[in-house]
Design a protein around this ligand. Structure first.
Ligand SMILES: [Zn+2]
Length: 54
């Protein structure tokens, strides 16, 4: 396997399921008004991450 092809996401929080990721995203949005988080599936690690980018 060529590790250069894997996105660098080791520094990000990874969630096993989309449902769990959305749960955390909602919580963080409540903590920080104006924040809008999106859940996306990462093929690099097979988990879900959160991003504030569109
Ligand atoms: Zn990842």
């Amino acid at each position: 396997m060529n590790y250069h092809s894997i996105p660098d996401c080791s520094h990000k929080k990874a969630y096993e399921t989309e449902a769990r990721a959305k749960q955390v995203a909602r919580h963080q949005e409540q903590q920080r008004p104006g924040l809008s988080l999106r859940v996306y599936y990462c093929e690099g690690c097979g988990s879900h991450h959160l991003t504030s980018q569109p």
